[in-house]
Design a protein around this ligand. Structure first.
Ligand SMILES: Nc1ncnc2c1ncn2[C@@H]1O[C@H](COP(=O)(O)OP(=O)(O)OP(=O)(O)O)[C@@H](O)[C@H]1O
Ligand SMILES: [Mg+2]
Length: 617
């Protein structure tokens, strides 16, 4: 809840400073290593090399068939018509047949292009979305605590979508435009070198216009992509926190903030369109000037007898075609800039490496001896600081023998959850080691670690699916009998059986909604079934009410039996089932002993316990 409040305290200014796009949203985007964007695009297209080559070939054939038109016209004027006057129809018939053929080829190749290119871009986008999902899922908790899920959603939706636009429409435009520029220039130069050179010269100002547009639009599109992400983040955050939002009447503030973000998005979009407009106007000006110059000069030469009329006619037709695609080039540049900005963001995301890397030489744990599943846990001179903020654990030493249940208490912010996250290896220590039966967690094979250490937290999360599936999350091979057995041991069987479809009740459907306390019981059953050597409970009983306390104690006894356990609890009754109590303050252990021993003493825990006892009576 604190995060909701702090995020909302940022003043929501109206539109007047919309020019400073981005001030209102988190610019902490991930840096993209140089060359990563191009490498990503190549790696997406590489598996489809053959198809991409086919597309280029199809477009080349299409260009040739389209560009043959004016040549046929020139031939008809300069040879066909004079021959026709001599009652010789061959040349004109040849022109007509040639024209029909060219049209047929142009149509056929267009169809072929659409077929092949849709396959290519569908495959590329499927691949990209899959990569984003897999990669984000593999990144460490540390990353997800910084980069919100809203931004991830934006990366895999709007950013992937703008790449789709580039691949489907943009690529055809680009290849088409480049091919027609090259082929038309060659035709013009071949028809008449002087006129052709003039046309080619006009490319210089056009090129400068393109560069200017690219430079300006690039910045705007990068901003736009962040702005869309900010809109989605705000949306997701508000709807996820809808209860505190409504409880604290945050709606008006949220509305204003959201409107600000939305306006930033609109502003970047509008500015990009404006740039596009400037480009189009500038390029038309250049094109019209060039056409006027060429036509005037050509007409003068026809009049003075140094140029055939047919050649001038063909040249004018070619010129129109030459400058026609310039608007389309603008469209392409537009989608290119937008896709490049998106691709860069995606590449930045994909370049992130897990801060908790998999071991290069993974080790297995020694086989368990004895009937109990517990293993020894050692914190060896551990120091830890989050990426942001000061040191949370200054120098932490702790040995928990196999099978021992340790309760950790201490004031809020003492570092209890941090301790738990280090033991579950959501984070690695800044210095020192965490050992499981003598093996550094960093060297442990990932499946071994997941089997060995399980953490149950306050917000026992339910995934979409049935209750049974939720219990079996950590043990996909479990049979229904084993699932029910675990639920019975925890004391969750009764309420599960009372659900509309029992264990097969969908937890996201009507009637499948279960209370916070029931969710925690499901969390316990899940942990019991996973049967880890080390179990961490972080405030895992906080949603269970007092009448349920007896049942909770029994459930805990069952779950903890024989395991090494670290139980973080505000509730002192839970502490009584522990073999040992640690009192933590400011990342240090200030008291350590058996519960009875500490209660009898005069330390902090004795004081806490007395106060708790008194509160009960
Ligand atoms: N993801 C994080 N990034 C930066 N700092 C963090 C992060 N999580 C916790 N901290 C800081 O580390 C310190 C210890 O936090 P921790 O969550 O371990 O406390 P705790 O003992 O579990 O408290 P509580 O009893 O309230 O759950 C706090 O000062 C907190 O602000
Ligand atoms: Mg905590």
């Amino acid at each position: 809840m604190t995060s909701t409040t702090t995020a909302d305290t940022a003043p929501a200014e109206p539109t007047e400073d919309a020019g400073s796009a981005g001030d209102r949203f988190d610019r902490d985007d991930l840096p993209t290593p140089p060359g990563a964007t191009g490498a990503l695009l190549r790696s997406l297209l590489r598996p489809m090399r053959a198809r991409v080559a086919l597309i280029a070939l199809v477009l080349l054939v299409q260009q040739l068939s389209v560009q043959a038109g004016p040549l046929l016209v020139a031939y008809a004027i300069d040879s066909g018509v004079p021959a026709f006057r001599d009652a010789e129809y061959g040349p004109l018939i040849a022109v007509a047949v040639g024209y029909a053929l060219c049209s047929a080829v142009a149509g056929g190749t267009q169809y072929a292009f659409v077929r092949v290119s849709s396959l290519v871009n569908q495959d590329a986008l499927l691949d990209l979305r899959g990569r984003i999902f897999r990669h984000a899922q593999a990144l460490s908790v540390d990353f997800h605590e910084r980069y919100t899920s809203g931004r991830l959603i934006s990366r895999s939706t709007t950013d992937v979508e703008s790449l789709r636009e580039l691949l489907s429409e943009g690529l055809q435009e680009l290849i088409g435009v480049v091919l027609s520029f090259v082929s038309i220039s060659l035709m013009l130069l071949w028809l008449d070198f002087g006129l052709g050179s003039l046309a080619v010269l006009s490319f210089v100002p056009l090129y400068l216009l393109v560069r200017r547009f690219q430079r300006r639009a690039g910045v705007l599109y990068a901003e736009r992509s962040s702005a869309i992400a900010a809109v989605i983040v705000k949306f997701a955050e508000t709807m996820n926190g809808i209860r505190p939002v409504q409880a604290f009447r945050r709606e008006p503030v949220n509305d204003a903030h959201f409107e600000g973000l939305n306006n930033t998005h609109r502003w970047t979009n509008g500015s990009a369109m404006l740039e596009m407009g400037r480009y189009v106007v500038g390029s038309r000006l250049v094109a019209n000037t060039a056409v006027a110059g060429i036509v005037l000069w050509g007409a003068y030469r026809v009049a003075s007898g140094t140029l055939a009329l047919g050649v001038l006619a063909a040249a004018v037709l070619y010129l129109r075609r030459l400058y026609d695609p310039i608007d389309r080039l603008g469209m392409f540049l537009n989608s290119y800039q937008s896709a490049a900005a998106s691709l860069e963001k995606i590449a930045g995301l994909l370049a992130q490496t897990p801060s908790v890397p998999e071991p290069s030489d993974p080790r297995e744990l020694p086989a368990l001896t004895g009937e109990h599943p517990g293993r020894e846990v050692v914190f060896d001179q551990v120091r830890f600081a989050y990426r942001t903020g000061g040191e949370v654990l200054p120098r932490f030493d702790l040995t928990v023998p196999a099978g021992q249940t340790v309760a950790v208490v201490g004031s809020t912010g003492a570092g209890k959850s941090t301790l738990a996250k280090l033991l579950a290896r959501f984070y690695d220590p800044t210095d020192g080691r965490v050992l499981l039966d003598g093996t550094d967690l960093r060297d442990l094979a990932v499946p071994e670690l997941r089997r060995g250490v399980v953490m149950v937290t306050q917000e026992a999360f339910l995934f979409s699916g049935t209750v049974a599936e939720n219990i079996a999350i950590g043990s996909p091979d479990a049979t229904r009998a084993e699932i029910e057995q675990a639920a019975k041991a925890i004391g969750a069987h009764d309420f599960i059986s009372a659900l509309p479809d029992g264990y097969d009740t969908d937890v996201r459907k009507r009637g499948g909604r279960i209370s916070a306390g029931q969710r925690q019981l499901v969390g316990f059953a899940r942990a019991l079934l996973a049967n880890p050597a080390v179990l961490i409970l972080d405030e895992a009983t906080s949603s269970l009410d007092i009448p349920g306390e007896q049942a909770v104690q029994r459930a805990m006894d069952t779950v903890l039996h024989g395991r090494t356990a670290v139980v973080i609890a505000h509730r002192l009754s839970t502490v009584e089932i522990a073999d040992r109590v640690l009192v933590m303050e400011h990342g240090r252990i200030v008291e350590d002993g058996a519960p009875a021993e500490l209660i009898a003493g005069t330390g902090r825990f004795a004081g806490l316990h007395r106060a708790w006892r008194e509160s009960l009576t």
